[in-house]
Design a protein around this ligand. Structure first.
Ligand code: HEM
Length: 311
């Protein structure tokens, strides 16, 4: 691979940021044997503690799920239960993937970019496992699964989201990044509609208890609101407090809209429940707290740097 092409590939993983700032210099020998891109290695082929730790953490819920399934601890309908768990893990993993860029900027942690592609591919893996477990729950009857996907709108939506994730997965290699050029970035913006479709899929199958999808909606709102901030505000306390308030209020609105449009429950009662902490904090409160904690991050970072300078 020529130096320029290699740098282009590096830049793709860096998502447009200054890749040179992230990596140590990489020496590329002509005729060098192509190395296997093990997920725990960095671009230079060195062991990366960051990548290895994130890999283990990201695979842990899947390993636990597989163990519970293999040891018969998933209840009367194990594949149905495992399908739900895998769907939940897939969605959370998607949000973690989207969180990489804000965390990199707010936490001034540019190295974090090296885990983004890996997390995206793991998200796809969980989503495929989710589909596979659904097929297993339907006793392997693929024709029945296909007809269900066509007949049930929430499954159709999930299917479209999965196709989107597949498109992102197959175009995530260095070769595809080079081949698609500028189109690659444009294509990868579909991650936002995919996250929204996944959320609709999540809400529609949840029916009355929408605590978890509402929480996911609020966290997604935070991520989207953060993206709309001007660059110079993205790590500023003021900008982040504004994002936290928008996301918290947006979560209340999402919850209100769901109960108003999809149920016979009085939406105002549900919204007012946000003020009552008797049964634990509601999603809007959690989103607000998480957002405010993120707003405090630049301050913590600066204080630690000052302490370090004094020591
Ligand atoms: C062909 C594609 C898909 C199919 C056939 C499918 C199927 C299902 C089914 C059958 C359920 C459980 C419904 C129930 O038990 O009542 C479910 C739930 C769920 N799915 Fe999917 N899904 C697909 C794609 C996706 C994708 C791409 C995501 C995430 C990015 C996702 C996330 C979820 C979540 C979060 C749940 C709820 C889990 C819970 O209740 O805790 N699904 N899906």
């Amino acid at each position: 691979m020529s130096g320029a092409r290699y740098r282009a590939a590096r830049g793709s993983e860096a998502g447009g940021m200054n890749a040179a700032a992230i990596a140590a210099p990489v020496v590329i020998r002509r005729n060098a044997k192509p190395r296997i891109a093990w997920p725990w290695l960095d671009r230079a082929g060195r062991f990366s503690t960051l990548k290895a730790s994130v890999l283990v953490l990201a695979l842990l819920p899947g390993a636990m799920l597989a163990w519970l399934l293999a040891t018969g601890q998933m209840g009367a309908e194990p594949f149905k239960q495992a399908n739900r768990e895998a769907g939940l893990i897939a969605y959370r993993m998607l949000l973690f993937t989207l969180l990489v860029t804000p965390l990199r900027v707010v936490g001034n942690w540019p190295q974090l970019v090296i885990v983004r592609r890996m997390l995206g591919v793991i998200t796809l893996g969980y989503a495929l496992a989710h589909l596979g477990l659904y097929v297993a729950h339907m006793n392997g009857d693929v024709a029945k699964v296909a007809s269900e996907i066509v007949a049930r709108i929430y499954l159709t939506i999930g299917f479209v989201a999965l196709l989107g994730l597949l498109a992102l997965g197959v175009t995530s290699t260095d070769g595809m990044v080079r081949r698609l050029g500028k189109g690659w970035k444009r294509l990868h913006r579909i991650v936002v509609p995919i996250a929204l479709l996944g959320l609709v899929h999540f809400f529609l199958q949840s029916r009355l208890d929408v605590t978890e999808p509402t929480l996911m909606a609020g966290l997604l709102l935070w991520l989207l609101a953060w993206r709309t901030l001007p660059r110079e505000m993205q790590a500023s306390g003021l900008g982040l407090v504004a994002v936290a308030l928008v996301a918290g209020l947006g979560t209340v609105l999402v919850e209100y809209a769901w109960f108003a449009l999809a149920t016979h429950v009085d939406p105002l009662r549900v919204v007012l429940a946000n003020l009552d902490l008797e049964f634990g904090p509601r999603p809007a409160v959690i989103v607000l707290m998480v957002g405010l904690a993120a707003a405090g991050l630049p301050w913590v970072r600066r204080s630690l740097a000052r302490l370090g300078a004094r020591a």
